[in-house]
Design a protein around this ligand. Sequence first.
Ligand code: SAH
Length: 340
Amino acid sequence: MKNIYNLTLEDMEEYFLAKKAKKFHALQLFSWLYEKRITSFTEITNIKKEFLEDIKKDFSLNKLKIVDIQKDVDVCKYLFELEDNEHIEAVLMKHDYGNSVCISSQVGCNMGCVFCESGRRKKVRNLDTYEMVLQILMIEEEVGERISHVVVMGIGEPFDNYDNLVKFLKIINQPKGLAIGARHITVSTCGIIPKIKEFALLPLQINLAISLHAPNDILRSKIMPINKAYPLKELIETLKDYLKITNRRITFEYILLSDINDSCECALELVQLVKGINCYINLIPYNETNNLNFKRSSTIQIMRFYDILKKNKINVTIRREFGGKISAACGQLRSKKEEQ
Ligand code: SAH
């Protein structure tokens, strides 16, 4: 039996058409799931009984289990248990512009970035579409407030789970779904070039963030193995093409790791690398984890790095930090749970 939260509106339309039913039932069903938030198919009143019987037979309405919630000021971290007892995490952040949720896209991750807790533990499997949708739906229900922004920056590499990701994006963007505006959705990748090319052609105005973290190939290959397959020159070329097609500003994420990538030379090299690209750089103070030996850069060094970019007219921000106290760095809560 399939989970109903796996279906895009188009999937549901096909389902009804195959049953010789009217395709507008798909919109009705979407509204029951995402607006009225039914917990049982028996609550549905405007779809014919014979079709409802089929729906009940063909689909489950199963949710995920929330097994831990850690709350801090303006941030809340959720640990979910999946049907096969695997664990994933999602983080809710309360901003002045609305509520944003950071979701996971895989159980574990195979990209192997040396500073990342999720990469320390190999990928177990991709998340199914419904497992991504339900992270948002369930957090929304738990806090009793609307989620207006979504970032795919939790555990996993979203472009290593591309097809399920795209279905998920369609469902949450669908006006009768969670109605989250495409410009309020950001997908972050370590730089899987073929998928960036596909993403550029997707007819949704979703934001793209690139985990850059180093301004040259030697350093980047050391800390992000994906760079050996997709080196910077090709990545930058691909992003230039992406910009031509989409005209949407790219975000570069740059974690500041003490004595690794935070020197003034690195900052200058970074300026040269992104010059002329419509982008902004998000500097991320590294969130230290007990299991890895990397240190966060000092505040002075972070400011020096920032100033160099600013002086060279690069759009740059320093990421506001959430949840240092509650293991909010990507993958930390899952590791704690599973390595107890
Ligand atoms: N795989 C995707 C998305 C998940 S990682 C990607 O690479 O973009 C989300 C972001 O968190 C990435 O930029 C990643 O490099 C960063 N990150 C990982 N561990 C971190 C830590 N301990 N502190 C701060 N950022 C971290």
